[in-house]
Design a protein. Structure first.
Length: 398
């Protein structure tokens, strides 16, 4: 008997628009008793075939599309083609010209739902985030060894979203050389240490690569405040861009230490940077109360709202930090501000930042939109793949 999911009448519309997710509420009937990760046919209420999907019996996203082609089999050759296509896209986009660290696979946008692969020099860091991809885990690792021939593959399937799929978290070396300390990567001429085993996300914020160059180009002669600095990506780029000084703030002593290591490795002027461990919200308030001011402020906070249900609470957090930043900016200064929250889209984020500027009593212009780099493509039918939103805001002299 075919393993299949049958939708309620009218609920096939998103699939006909090629959106790759099927939510539990759209399903009328499940036939054939599929297990977690099984490949199932998705059918409209009238029985029409819509797609082959991976089944997840406990997730609100009950199925994720593998292919829309009824004749295409989901097997090892399917994954070989999809992985090869993702690798080839990065080569066509010239991402290696910017260094040896970039995203190799970006989930649904590369036709591989639930799979994230980042390259850090000779190491591949892999996240498996869905029941369907978990079923093909060994196949993925085998094909990565075949197609990329890395020194090591390290699995970082320790994200909380795995729990929503009924999966346990996992973090371990899969194959190759054991990782001894940090992996050093080259990004746009700067060297950074990456803790593949224990760092944030898969080890580094690769999605900000092009935006770090934006800050480099804005920094000359400016007094810079880098908030949520992590291992110093924006800080070091500001120094290379000839910033007068940089104050880098993060709550993690380990992250700040990694930044100091990078500073030393790149032989940059340590007298122009101060590393400050602390809660960014509290540090911003303290700087405001002391009357400190800056010419360029970077706000790159962690995810405040993973889903739209949390957007209202997250909006308050974004409003607070942007308001404080505007109060610390000198006239003629720049605010480079970001949100990586899936529940906050660009119009909402721009509205939040505009409200913060209004409350701060400044006249400001949104001069450049920022987002994730080309190695984080966004499927035209999957807008959720565009999670990083940023803007450069200029504060006018009144």
């Amino acid at each position: 008997m075919e393993k299949s999911i049958h939708l309620h009448p009218g609920r096939e519309k998103s699939l006909l628009r090629r959106h790759p997710w099927v939510f539990s509420g759209a399903i009328q009937q499940v036939k054939g008793e599929p297990a977690a990760g099984d490949t199932v046919a998705i059918r409209a209420a009238n029985g029409e075939f819509l797609a082959w999907c991976a089944y997840s019996p406990v997730s609100q996203i009950r199925a994720r599309v593998w292919t829309w082609d009824p004749a295409e089999e989901v097997n090892i050759d399917f994954f070989r083609r999809r992985l090869a296509s993702a690798i080839n896209l990065r080569r066509k986009c010239g991402v290696e010209a910017g260094g040896d660290a970039y995203r190799l696979v970006h989930g649904e946008s590369d036709g591989l739902p639930g799979l994230v692969i980042d390259r850090y020099a000779g190491v591949l860091s892999v996240q498996i985030l869905s029941a369907g991809m978990e079923r093909w885990r060994e196949t993925v690792f085998h094909l990565l060894s075949e197609l990329m021939q890395p020194d090591s593959i390290y699995e970082r399937s320790d994200a909380e979203v795995r729990r929503l799929e009924g999966l346990v978290e996992r973090s371990a070396l899969v194959t190759g050389k054991a990782l001894e300390g940090a992996i050093w990567i080259n990004e746009n001429g700067l060297m950074f240490p990456v803790d593949v085993a224990g760092g944030h996300k898969t080890g580094f914020y690769l999605d900000q690569r092009s935006n770090r160059k934006v800050v480099r180009n804005l920094a000359r002669g400016r007094k810079v405040l880098d908030c949520f600095s992590y291992s110093g990506g924006f800080t070091l780029n500001a120094l290379v861009g000839e910033a007068e000084s940089v104050l880098a703030v993060d709550s993690s002593a380990d992250a700040l230490h990694a930044g100091q290591q990078a500073l030393e490795r790149n032989q940059l002027d340590a007298t122009r940077v101060t590393w400050l461990e602390g809660d960014v919200f509290q540090v911003l308030r303290t700087l405001r109360d002391k009357g400190e001011t800056f010419d360029l402020i970077v706000l790159d906070p962690p995810k405040f709202a993973p889903t739209q249900a949390q957007a209202q609470r997250a909006a308050r957090g974004y409003k607070d930090i942007n308001l404080l930043a505007f109060k610390l900016l000198n006239p003629g200064g720049f605010l480079v501000t970001f949100s990586c929250s899936g529940g906050v889209d660009l119009p909402l984020f721009q509205k939040i930042v505009a409200g913060a500027a209004l409350d701060a009593g400044v006249e400001a212009s949104f001069i450049q939109r920022l987002g994730q780099d080309v190695d984080h493509p966004v499927g035209l039918y999957f807008p959720e793949g565009e999670y990083l939103k940023g803007m450069v805001v200029f504060v006018h002299t009144q």
